[in-house]
Design a protein. Sequence first.
Length: 282
Amino acid sequence: MGINPLFQEDFFLTIQDKYHAVESIQTHPFYIISIKGIVYVNLIPLDATFLPQQLLSLQVAYQQKGILLVHLWEDVWINKREQVLSRIHSFCGLNKSLHGRKAKLIDVNAAHAKSFLEAYHLQGYIKTKYNFGLVFDGELAAVACFAASRPMKSKGEHYKSAELVRFATKTGVTIVGGLGKLVKHFLQQVSVNDLMTYADRDWSLGKGYDKLGFHFSGITASVVFYVDSKTMNRYQSHRLPKKILTAFDEQNILNLDDFLTQNGFLKVLNTGNLKYHLYTHV
């Protein structure tokens, strides 16, 4: 698997086949697809050289018009096609609505959480301490994953914080009140002063967290990733394959960027995250 020179055409034709009301907006240097006039997708090939601020400025310009614009990198489309299509389906308001109050709340083991998140979350699975799910008619429809609480001495001697790390639902489903129900259950199990989470700025304006009572608390910087051009897998520098890191350490000539370029990796970035806190007044 390598770089797809027809990435933008592939996306356009796939979306056109599904939604029909699709328009290509070529505003140099961006290539934007409008889907039903509801969501706009900026398609970014792996050889692009955009700066984070260029992408953020584009997003803000559309946001000021009341339009959601998301950034879709080529490797994400190639490796997470179904998850991308699921998000677009949801943005277009085409999901089936279920009511969280009717769901059975269960503990989810790590293996089931991993398979669910790999299938339905754009960023896949990450190991966490607590995993809870919502079940309808015996079928798992949503999973939320939380990190263990940790002390925050800067906020007080006994202050504790935890993180909502992942939340995903099955394709085609929106669960009204679902995330709120899972968050409430977690806070009943684990006593913390706040629950923190992030919204990926490439894909979200964070509105869902506002509705749940989370408070916007900051913006994180853009993150650099390295994409293996053979597999299209992306890695942060500290999570690169062990074989690559060992080979890099064994040579003393190239810096990391040059070494990775020589070994078929491409440097990409995101637009950072929106950071939110839910305060519990414990």
